[in-house]
Each structure stands twice: as structure tokens, then as C-alpha cells.
Design a protein around this ligand. Structure first.
Ligand SMILES: Cc1cc2nc3c(=O)[nH]c(=O)nc-3n(C[C@@H](O)[C@H](O)[C@H](O)COP(=O)(O)OP(=O)(O)OC[C@H]3O[C@@H](n4cnc5c(N)ncnc54)[C@H](O)[C@@H]3O)c2cc1C
Ligand code: FES
Length: 268
């Protein structure tokens, strides 16, 4: 049982929690995630560790309220307990000094992107970040992203904040004007698919952090399988980051829709 120490709404549909988890706070690295459950019969929900405070012994998670399980999580308040929480899971991001990093986050994908941007900046890289959402109220963690980026470009589909257009338009501007050594893209699968197609045109090595469905988080159940370079990989133990130019995003999108009808029943 892990106690909730803080709760903050970033928007009507995106909520951040600070949760007591001293061992995870101490050992987590950028790119790691946790799996939590709310209630004894709760679904196992993977969420990226968006930050940690080692002194307070807490981790921060940011969740978008989409289905039954995230609704149950969002209903919890400060003082309540998470039924169980395991982590840190997944392979950490390979942080190194390479030169210029293009860091791209769509929607709540900015939450997992933030610790990676911070780590790349601390490793001495120039970091140009592009974040995007449908509209201003869905842009999250803007100040923190500004703090750790040399430049932050904001794109909104409706033009309500930053510039009007898809994330790929902001990315193209950077790729046209300067040499980018590596890119990382995190967000909805469709966004990562098109972002990866773009960086491939410019021959920029790119990592994508995949939000596959997960159950056990140990590589045993197969729920999180994805195809990368024609081979089956398990997102929980082989990932969550993979070479974006090798990921079969179309297959991943089909798998992500597997339980749409069940989700609908739970939500009704
Ligand atoms: C590694 C990883 C960790 C995650 N961790 C969390 C987590 O901790 N908590 C959580 O709640 N969720 C998490 N997610 C899930 C999250 O990123 C989802 O994919 C989420 O459903 C995004 O939905 P959205 O409605 O916010 O995006 P949208 O608002 O639909 O899209 C965001 C932006 O993507 C761009 N985009 C969309 N479609 C296209 C297109 N066709 N071409 C080009 N650009 C496009 C646009 O610029 C758009 O504004 C994680 C995802 C990943 C990959
Ligand atoms: S979640 Fe079961 S294999 Fe990855």
C-alpha cells in the first residue's frame, strides 16, 4: 500500500499524483515506469515515473483520465492508498552526450518525456523540445519543459497556444534549420508513427517510448508484445523505448484497440 501525498489537476482530464514509494524514488532512472492497481480486483495500469523526490521518498505520476481504471485512480485523494504499486520497471533511457537532441511529446506523452529531457540536458546536450496537444488546456508541464530545454516549441491543433499545427510541423522546422544528432518521440501511437517517418527522412536516429497494454510487467504474459524490425519484443522488459524507425506502429494501433468494447461496457 502506497500513500498519496499530493494531487494536482493539470487539466480536467489530466491528474498528477505524488505517492510515497521511497525505494522506487531512490532507484528509478529516466524512462522507468511503474504498474499500479486500484482495488483488489483492479486492472494493472502502467504509468511512467514522471519525477521523484528522493528526500521525501516520493514519486510523481501523471495520468490521463481515459477509461475505467484511470477514473478510479483519479477519484483517489491525498491520504488515500494505492492498493499495490511495483517498479521501477523497464529499461532506462540510454542517456549520453551526443550533441543536439530533438525531444518530442504529444498529449500526456510530455509526462514521460520530462525526466528524459532533464537527464539529456544534465548530460551536456543541447535539447530542443517540441510539445503538442489538441488545445492550450491539454498542454502539460510547460514550465518544467522550458526549464530543461534550450528551446521549447509549442504546437496546438487549434492554435490556442504556441503555433497552429501538428507536432511534425514544429519538428520539421528544427530538422530543416540545424543538425540534430538524435530524437526521442513519446505520445499517441499515430503521432509517433508520423514523427518517426519524418526523422527517417532526415536520417536522424530516433527512439520511441511505446505505450503498449501491459499485465504482468515481467515478460511472461505477452500482453505488451510489439514487432520491432520484424521481431517480437515485449515492451515491459525489452522497452519501453525502441528504434522508432523499426517499430510496426500499425500493428501496435490495432492491438491498442483490442478492448475498446470491454472499456465501453465498464465506462457505461
Ligand atoms: C512511454 C509512454 C508512457 C506513457 N505514460 C503515460 C502516463 O504516465 N500517463 C498517461 O496517462 N499516459 C501515458 N502514456 C499515454 C499517452 O501518451 C497516450 O498515447 C495518450 O493516449 C495520448 O493521448 P492524447 O489524447 O493526449 O493525444 P492527442 O491530443 O490525441 O495528440 C497529441 C498531439 O500528437 C500529434 N498528433 C496526433 N496525431 C498526429 C498525426 N496523425 N500526425 C502527426 N502528429 C499527430 C498532434 O500534434 C497532437 O496535438 C504514455 C505513453 C507512452 C508512449
Ligand atoms: S506485460 Fe506481460 S509480457 Fe509485458
Amino acid at each position: 500500500m502506497n500513500k498519496i501525498i499530493g494531487k494536482e489537476y493539470f487539466s480536467e482530464k489530466v491528474v498528477a499524483f505524488e505517492i510515497e514509494a521511497p525505494l522506487i524514488a531512490k532507484s528509478r532512472k529516466a524512462g522507468n515506469f511503474i504498474i499500479l492497481r486500484v482495488g483488489d480486483k483492479g486492472e494493472r495500469v502502467p504509468l511512467t515515473i514522471a519525477g521523484a523526490d528522493e528526500k521525501r521518498g516520493t514519486i510523481r505520476i501523471v495520468a490521463q483520465i481515459v477509461g475505467a481504471s484511470s477514473k478510479k485512480l483519479a477519484a483517489l485523494n491525498v491520504g488515500d492508498y494505492i492498493t499495490d504499486l511495483v517498479g521501477p520497471l523497464g529499461r532506462p533511457t540510454d542517456i549520453h552526450n551526443v550533441g543536439t537532441i530533438l525531444a518530442c511529446g504529444g498529449g500526456v506523452g510530455v509526462a514521460p518525456l520530462l525526466p528524459i529531457v532533464e537527464a539529456f540536458k544534465k548530460a551536456g546536450n543541447r535539447v530542443v523540445s517540441v510539445i503538442a496537444a489538441r488545445s492550450e488546456e491539454l498542454i502539460i508541464l510547460k514550465e518544467e519543459m522550458e526549464k530543461w530545454s534550450d528551446e521549447l516549441i509549442i504546437m496546438t491543433d487549434d492554435g490556442s497556444l504556441g503555433r497552429k499545427g501538428l507536432i511534425t510541423e514544429g519538428m520539421k522546422e528544427v530538422l530543416e534549420r540545424e543538425n540534430v544528432d538524435e530524437a526521442i518521440v513519446i505520445g499517441p501511437a499515430i503521432m509517433m508513427k508520423f514523427a518517426a517517418q519524418l526523422t527517417k527522412e532526415y536520417d536522424v536516429p530516433t527512439q520511441a517510448s511505446l505505450n503498449a497494454m501491459m499485465v504482468d510487467g515481467t515478460g511472461m504474459c505477452g500482453a505488451c508484445r510489439v514487432t520491432v524490425g520484424g521481431k517480437t519484443k515485449f515492451t515491459c522488459v525489452d522497452g519501453p523505448e525502441f528504434d522508432a524507425h523499426q517499430v510496426d506502429f500499425d500493428e501496435m494501433m490495432i492491438r491498442l484497440k483490442s478492448y475498446v468494447n470491454e472499456e465501453k461496457v465498464l465506462n457505461d
